[in-house]
Design a protein around this ligand. Structure first.
Ligand code: OGA
Ligand code: MN
Length: 284
């Protein structure tokens, strides 16, 4: 139960896994939420890190309006894929015959290579082929908290470099919905252990797709420890795997969760998603 409001809850929040993720029923995201409901949703979000709103039927404008309640809505800094007509900040993930969607089957936190990466991502499932294209999430608070004190103390002092190199390489594949990326910005340096701006909890903030190395170590020295941290983070007990239904809207907290798009389908199994992001603070 969420203890932040004494008023009876108008929504129902049901946990989906032991470590993170909850389903929120009783909300229609086409209408403005109102202060009280928004407060309830935010409390659930900070507790569960990933929220699932099933059976939504929303337009791009609704998704933008919903996302804006969590921070300024931002486009992708590198424009790696098409936006929705009239809504360039709504990114289209489209897998269809002849044009496979570009892959996201790696653990990552969205756009962590930016100086101020997005706090929140919102992903809406418009077309789903049942049974495939799940998205997995893992809890990076827990990944940190479960380390030994000695390891935590060492990681607390480190920073890491995050680069968009892998994204640019991925998008060189022309037979996909990805657009070419012509310029790679210099890497950003972020703390390895990040203090969440709202909850004040510490979370591991490194990911296999964008983090290249610890800034204070060589790449070779960094790799084994990073691999260990990723393996800890992604162990089954620390993961929620979402099996999509059309109309699901998911939101997740990039400051304390990683995600992974399972690539177990091909271009004959249509999948169309819309993604928005709400901007956040510089990691500290
Ligand atoms: C994303 C992403 C996962 C998916 O929207 O940032 O990684 O399942 N998508 O499509
Ligand atoms: Mn992503």
């Amino acid at each position: 139960m969420i203890q932040t409001s004494k008023r009876p809850s108008r929504i129902s929040v049901s946990p989906l896994a032991g470590t993170l993720g909850a389903k929120v029923d009783g909300v229609d995201l086409t209408s403005p939420l109102g202060e009280e409901l928004l407060h309830e949703i935010k409390s659930a979000f900070y507790e569960y890190l990933v929220l699932v709103f099933p059976e939504q039927s929303i337009a791009p404008a609704d998704q933008v309006a919903f996302t804006r309640q969590f921070g300024p809505v931002e486009g992708h800094p590198l424009s790696p894929r098409k936006g929705v007509e009239g809504f360039p900040e709504v990114l289209v993930f489209a897998n269809k015959p002849g044009t496979p969607g570009s892959r996201n089957d790696f653990w990552h936190s969205d756009i962590s290579f930016a100086e101020t990466p997005p706090a929140v991502s919102v992903l809406y499932g418009r077309t789903i082929t049942p049974g495939c294209g799940d998205t997995m999430f893992c809890n990076m608070y827990r990944a940190y908290e479960e380390l030994s004190e000695g390891m935590r103390r060492m990681l607390d002092r480190l920073t890491a470099l995050h680069t968009s190199e892998a994204l640019a390489l991925r998008n060189r594949d022309t037979n996909s919905d990805g657009l070419p990326i012509f310029e790679i910005p210099p890497p950003s340096r972020h703390p390895v252990v990040r203090t969440h701006a709202v909850t004040n909890r510490k979370a591991l903030y490194v990911n296999p797709y964008f983090t290249s190395q610890f800034n204070e170590m060589t790449r070779d020295e960094s790799r084994p420890l990073l691999e260990y941290l990723y393996a800890r983070a992604a162990r089954p007990e620390n993961v929620y795997r979402h099996s999509w239904n059309q109309g699901d809207l998911l939101m997740w907290d990039n400051r304390c969760a990683m995600h992974y798009a399972v690539y177990d389908y091909d271009d004959s199994q249509p999948r169309l998603m819309h993604r928005t992001t709400a901007g956040g603070d510089r990691p500290r």
